[in-house]
Design a protein around this ligand. Sequence first.
Ligand SMILES: Nc1nc2c(ncn2[C@@H]2O[C@H](COP(=O)(O)OP(=O)(O)OP(=O)(O)O)[C@@H](O)[C@H]2O)c(=O)[nH]1
Ligand SMILES: [Mg+2]
Length: 628
Amino acid sequence: MQHVVVGTAGHIDHGKSALVLALTGTDPDRLREEKERGITIDLGFAHTTEQEAVLSFVDVPGHERFVRNMLAGVGGMDLVMLHVAADESVMPQTREHFEICRLLHVPAGLVVLTKSDLADDDMIDVVRHEVQEMVSGSFLDDAPVVVVSARTGQGIPELRRTLAGLASTTRRRSSEGPPRLPIDRVFSIKGFGTVVTGTLLTGHLAHDDALMLQPSGRTVKVRGLHVHGETQGQVVAGQRVAVNLAGVDVADIARGETLTRADAVTVTRHADVHVELLPTARPLKHGARVRFHQGTRELLGRVVLPGASELEPGASAHARIHLGAPAVLVRGDRFILRAYSPLETIAGGTILDPGPPRRGVRTAAGIARFSSLSKSDTDAVLAMIGEAGLTGLPVDQLTGRAGVAWEERQALVDRLTQGGLVIEISGVLVATSQLAAIEDALIAAVTRYHASHPLEEGIPREEVRERLFTHASTPVFDHVLRSLSERRRIIARDRIALAGHSVALTDEEARVRDAMIDVLRASALAPPDPGALAARIGVSVDVVNRIATLLVRRSVLVRAGDLLFHEAALTQLKAEIQALKQNGVAESIDVGSFKDRYSITRKYAIPLLEYLDRERVTRRVGDTRKIL
Ligand SMILES: Nc1nc2c(ncn2[C@@H]2O[C@H](COP(=O)(O)OP(=O)(O)OP(=O)(O)O)[C@@H](O)[C@H]2O)c(=O)[nH]1
Ligand SMILES: [Mg+2]
C-alpha cells in the first residue's frame, strides 16, 4: 500500500472540511469551537483507502487569522487539493494558500471546484478560467480540475478516481536513515501518556527507538506507534503517524518540535537561504523583521541581504536569516516568510546552508560563497568541506547539514574522494587543497627551524601540532605526517626533520664533539662536569652544552643529573649490575657498596643510581636498591 498525504487548501467556507467528510466519513473539525462556529481553526485529520493508496487527509483552516496553523500542515503534503467555491471563485486565501503551496514546492495537486450545486455552468466556466489564470505556469498548470458538490454528491466518484491516479504518481520518500518527524499535535491518552503526531518526512521509526526532540534536545523513547489508529511495530517515511513517547511530559512538548536523531538535522539560529519575494509583497528591506515558518515551527527572524538594500517584489535573492530561537533545518528545506505586520505571506525559499560560518555575508567572499552554495549539491558540500579547514566535515553532516539522502551519502563520498578533491580521514572529510596547504606550511616551518637550530635534529613534533594543527584532530595530524614521510619529504619521530637533513657542524664544532666523546669515554663513571670539560677542551661551556644536546639526542651521550656520561659506560654498568643478581652475588645494592665497587664518590654514585632506577635496572627500597 502506498501512503499519500493529501492536503486541503483554499479560502474560508469554500467547502474543504465538508469534502474531506464526504470522502472519508470523518469530520476533520474536531474542536468544539470549530463545530459551534462552523469554521476550521486548527489542522484536522482523516483518512480513506482508494485503490492501492492510503490517502491521509490534512484539512487546513481557510480563515486568514489561522494561516499559521495552515502552514504547520503543508510541510508534509504530497498532494494538495486546491478548493475554489463555484459560487465565489478565487478569493484572497485561495491565492495565499496557492502561493504557499507553490513556494513550499508541494509536488503535485488538483483543483476542486466546490459547491457546484450553488452555481450554473456559465458561472463554473468563469471560475475555471479565473483559477487557470492564477495557476498558469505553476505546478498546478496542467493539474486536473474536478467539479464537485458535497451536498449532492456530484463529482465525488470522479474526485476519488483522480486522487487515486495522482497518488500512484507521487514521489516516494526515502525511508532509509534517521527519522524526521515535525510534530503537529501533542496530547495525552489516559493510560498511555504522551502522544505526538505528524507526517514522517524521512527515515523510519520502530518500537523502543531512542530518539531526540529538537530543538529542545530532550531524549525520548518510542513506546508505541500508530497509523490511523492501528498499532505498528515500525513506520516508514510518508506515513501519518502517532507516536507514544516515554521520557517526556505532554506539557514539555509543543507543535514545532521535531522527533529525530542528533545526526539527522542542524539545530540553528542562522541559515543561508535563497528567497523569492511574491509580486504582491512590498519591497523586502535589508534587516527586515519577518516570521519564519518551516516544518511545523514558526519563529521570528531578521533578513540580511548580502547584495542590496532591498529586494523588489517578484525578485529573488540570496539572504541570511537570523532567528530569534533555534530551528531544526537541513539544506534543501523549504520555508515561508510572512510579514511581521500586517500578517501576510510575502516570500518563500530554500535553505542553502543551516550552519553558515559566523563571518559576514556582505563581503565579496560572502557573495562568492552564496554562488557555490547555489550551484549544485556537490558544490555546496565542497564549500562546506573547504570552510571546515583541517577540522573537516564529519560524514554525518552530509545528511544532517547538507541534506544529502542517507542512501546517497557513500556514493557522494566515493565520488569526491576518487576525484581527488577530498580525503576521508576517520569519518571526517578534509579538502585535499587544505592538506596541500598545511603540508607546505609544515615543510616551511621545518626548513626555518633547521636554519635557526643547526645543531638540532628537527622541530619537536608537539610544537608543530600546537602551531599549525590547532583545529585538527589527531588522525588528521598523523595523516599529514604519514603522507609526507611516505613521500620521503620528512622524517617524523619525536622531532620532525626534512628528509636528508643532517646536523651541519663547523670544523671547530666537530673538533669539540670528538674531544668530548674521547674525554667522556675515557673517564667512564667519573666524568668531569661540563664546566671542567669545557676548560679541558678550551671552549666555552655554552658550546659544550649545545653539542652535548645533539649527542644526547643521538644517544652517544646520556645525561644523569648535571653530568654527562658516555653511553658505552652506562650500558656496561647496567649489564654488570644485572649480572650481580643473575649470578647470585647480590639481590640489592646500597650507596656505600656501589661507591666502593666502582671507587667513586657520592657526586657520581647518586646520579648513577637514580639513572639505574629510571632504566628499571634497580628500584629504591628505603636506603638500598633492589636489583630487578
Ligand atoms: N450548498 C453547498 N454547501 C456546502 C457544500 N460544501 C460545503 N457547504 C457548506 O459550506 C459551509 C462551509 O463549509 P466547510 O466545509 O466548513 O468550509 P471550509 O472550507 O472547511 O471552511 P474553513 O475550514 O473555515 O476554511 C458549510 O455550511 C457547509 O455546509 C456544497 O457542496 N454545497
Ligand atoms: Mg474547514
